[in-house]
Design a protein around this ligand. Structure first.
Ligand SMILES: [Zn+2]
Length: 290
């Protein structure tokens, strides 16, 4: 009797453990016709020089709201090889079932490393070397357990890639990478081609209300995404008086006031979004007519 109640408690504990994983969705808009997947394609486990077991990587990714990961063990550098003797496919094979159960897409990968700086970079499946244009990819290169490097309580996230897919699958990700439909998400920065930045901004912001009188225009907007936007005023009609710098926080409602001087009725609110990069050190320029 006693024994079976102990077993009962144990089973309950495991049942609870199984459900204890909470997924933190990362809210980022989908560009028209695509879905935005959050991906990290550069991760290590004990099967190369990382410090955690492959299934733990899947659990971490699930909890952090990622859609896809690649375990990219070094082919040459395997400091745990005395204790772990396995094929280069083994970490993928171990993680595969957990990934399937959690609907995390697992992509087979490897890292090729040479001691001399900067090591070797290999691109594969090329059909035309002249047309070699690579997608922008941001990854964590995580070796420690994820919470050692990232303070989630402070709203931090790992560096990842947003991949704009037609379908949520490994093949969908491959197709999107081949067509360079990606953005890099690192701290508060998003790095991508201009069209994606523009769409991410526009689809994050919902203009809820615009109030006008002769002296001012007040815009109420809501940022529905987890992205932060740092705005900085650029050249504009001096009759429009508005913020010099303004931060639109994630998941927040904001009221922006524009004063009208010299009897003007409206015009273009011009600004740069300084944390969205389409080119090095150059934020996305944007204009909003009022
Ligand atoms: Zn690495």
């Amino acid at each position: 009797m006693k024994k079976s109640s102990i077993i009962g408690v144990l089973i309950l504990c495991f049942a609870f453990w199984g459900k204890a994983q909470v997924r933190n969705e990362i809210r980022v808009p989908d560009p028209e016709g695509y879905r935005t997947l959050k991906c990290d394609f550069h991760i290590h486990t004990v099967f190369s020089d990382g410090l955690v077991w492959p299934t733990v990587r899947v659990d971490e990714a699930y909890r952090e709201g990622l859609d896809a990961i690649a375990l990219t063990e070094h082919l040459e550098y395997r400091p745990h090889r005395q204790d772990i003797i396995a094929s280069h496919n083994r970490s993928y094979e171990i993680a595969e079932k957990t990934a399937r159960n959690n609907q995390v897409i697992l992509i087979r990968g490897s890292e090729i490393t040479r001691p001399m700086a900067p090591g070797h970079f290999n691109a594969i499946f090329l059909s035309d070397c002249d047309a070699l244009e690579l997608p922008m990819i941001g990854t964590s290169d995580i070796h420690q357990p994820i919470q050692t490097d990232i303070d989630f309580a402070r709203g931090q996230h790992r560096t990842m890639t947003f991949v704009f897919v037609r379908e949520r699958s490994a093949e969908g990700i491959r197709e999107a990478l081949l067509h360079r439909r990606t953005a890099v998400y690192m701290d508060e920065k998003v790095i991508a081609e201009e069209q994606w930045l523009k769409e991410l901004f526009e689809k994050s912001i919902d203009i809820e209300d615009i109030k006008r009188n002769e002296k001012s225009i007040v815009i109420t907007l809501k940022n529905n995404s987890d992205l932060t936007f740092h705005l900085k005023k650029t050249r504009h009609n001096p009759g429009l008086v508005y913020f010099r710098e303004y931060t639109i926080q994630p998941q927040c409602r904001h009221r922006i006031e524009i004063r009208l001087e010299n009897n003007i009725q409206g015009g273009d609110i011009n600004f740069e979004i300084t944390n969205l990069y389409a080119a090095p050190n150059k934020g996305l320029t944007y204009s909003y007519k009022v």
